[in-house]
Design a protein around this ligand. Structure first.
Ligand code: FPP
Length: 225
């Protein structure tokens, strides 16, 4: 049976869910947040140590301003309300992605949640915000070049936003779309990938359990036979 240390998730389908059931993409994001909370709780129960969630990509800035503002408001309110609970549950929050372009207010909220939870050991959530894998890799390589450090696999690992995190064992993408969308391209090199038909707000704990169970049954060879 494969041990699961790290699950990565592309939470796709909020917009479609919102339009289908509530006539508003934003209400799909609100519903998607409920799934986020359930999945975090189940990940702790399963004793999985790392969960990386793709919440906002570098490409998502192309969306209408109203949707972007809604998403970041949702995130701010979530962190303001839930950081203490995350802390009580021994969960560490780590932001991956480029924070530089965020408002002062959001930066402060993110930093506060990261600092409060930084010594927690039960689960580390890597929340990907303004994250793009290609720019992460370019930054890592430039940083190695500046420091005159060799471009080895280990050194690149150490200069990615996911440093100190094992590579994901599996990637789940909901929303019936089969692509990686510039997410963890380097780190997912040997991950098992599960594309799920359901839209993210409809993804349940039993769907999650089924994927984890199926992952555990896979014979992983890493290029060997
Ligand atoms: C993709 O669905 C989802 C997002 C771009 C945002 C993810 C956000 C959440 C799950 C809720 C907020 C999370 C936090 C942590 C506050 P989509 O909008 O691309 O859906 P579509 O493919 O149907 O358009």
């Amino acid at each position: 049976m494969n041990l699961i240390k790290h699950v990565a998730i592309i939470m796709d389908g909020n917009g479609r869910w919102g339009l289908k059931y509530k006539k508003s993409r934003n209400l799909g994001h609100k519903e998607g947040l409920k799934t986020v909370e359930k999945i975090i709780e189940q990940t702790v129960k399963k004793k999985i140590k790392f969960l990386t969630l793709f919440a906002f990509s570098t490409e998502n800035w192309k969306r209408p301003k109203k949707e972007i503002n809604f998403l970041f408001n949702l995130l701010e309110n979530f962190l303001i309300k839930k950081t203490n609970e995350l802390n009580k549950n021994q969960i560490k929050l780590n932001i991956i992605g480029n924070k530089k372009i965020f408002s002062k207010k959001l930066k402060k909220i993110l930093l506060n949640s990261e600092q409060i939870t930084k010594y927690n050991k039960k689960l580390q959530i890597n929340l990907a915000l303004n994250y793009g894998s290609k720019s992460e890799l370019i930054d890592a390589i430039n940083s190695l070049k500046r420091k005159k450090i060799a471009f080895t696999e280990k050194n690149i690992d150490k200069h990615l936003h996911t440093k100190n995190t094992p590579n994901p064992d599996l990637l789940i993408r909901t929303g019936n779309t089969k692509r990686l969308s510039n997410f963890l391209l380097w780190q997912l090199a040997y991950a098992e990938v599960f594309f799920e038909k359901k839209l993210w707000p409809d993804f349940t704990i039993s769907d999650y359990n089924r994927v984890l169970k199926n992952f555990q049954k896979i014979k992983r060879n890493f290029g060997n036979i």
